[in-house]
Design a binder for this molecule. Structure first.
Ligand SMILES: C[S@@+](CC[C@H](N)C(=O)[O-])C[C@H]1O[C@@H](n2cnc3c(N)ncnc32)[C@H](O)[C@@H]1O
Length: 194
């Protein structure tokens, strides 16, 4: 779903970029993220700062997608050298089966009503042994941000337990999981066809 105006503004802020650069990317690297010579898909790329960070790691290819045309317009303006598309993550049909080495998500599934469908699609497009790196906030933190900052998250049944069950059912085996104060971070690997 589209972001509310307050969350949209917050996602463009300097604190968001600092967090993504110095904390989240470092954590993912620590958990095994290595995209050198890999085909990378970023889900919910926002205005493209993740693309900037990931492309510093020398991937073979990178595509960022986001459901908000406003985000994609900003991303294309800021980083014309990278590839971005306006697309709903529930439908990745433009990508072939087993075509991506790495899929990465910085805090997006909790915005998607059909988050299970998005995971189904990610499992489909990942190559065997491909990796999904994802981070999501806890329900209690989502409620906190909605109460204080009026971010207005969608009312979904997203939760870590349900997500872990669904990942496993699609052949995405959790390799590591890291709790941090605002985000829980996962590395899952595709161990079989889905
Ligand atoms: C919390 S923001 C995170 C943006 C960026 N990843 C970051 O870390 O700054 C969530 C992003 O997910 C996008 N989004 C929400 N629903 C989506 C969907 N169904 N498919 C693709 N992107 C979606 C939103 O437009 C938004 O840019």
């Amino acid at each position: 779903m589209k972001l509310s105006k307050p969350e949209f503004r917050a996602m463009q802020s300097l604190p968001r970029k600092l967090g993504q650069r110095f904390f989240e990317m470092s954590m993912f690297r620590h958990m095994g993220l290595d995209v050198q010579n890999k085909d990378v898909l970023e889900i919910g790329c926002g205005s493209g700062y993740g693309a900037y960070l990931l492309n510093q790691l020398d991937p073979k290819s990178y595509i960022g997608l986001d459901v908000m045309p406003e985000q994609i317009a900003l991303a294309k303006k800021k980083y014309p050298q990278f590839q971005f598309i306006a697309q709903d993550a529930e439908d990745l049909s433009q990508f072939e089966d087993a075509s991506k080495d790495t899929v990465i998500i910085f805090g997006v599934l909790h915005h998607i009503l059909g988050w299970r469908k998005a995971i189904d699609e990610i499992a489909r497009v990942l190559k065997p042994n491909g990796s999904l790196f994802l981070e999501e906030p806890r329900g209690v933190d989502i409620k906190f941000f909605d109460a204080i900052f009026r971010w207005g998250h969608p009312d979904t049944d997203f939760g870590f337990k349900a997500m872990e069950t669904h990942l496993t059912s699609r052949g995405l085996v959790i390799q590591s999981k890291q709790w941090t104060p605002l985000l829980t971070m996962y590395h899952a690997a595709k161990t079989r066809g889905s």
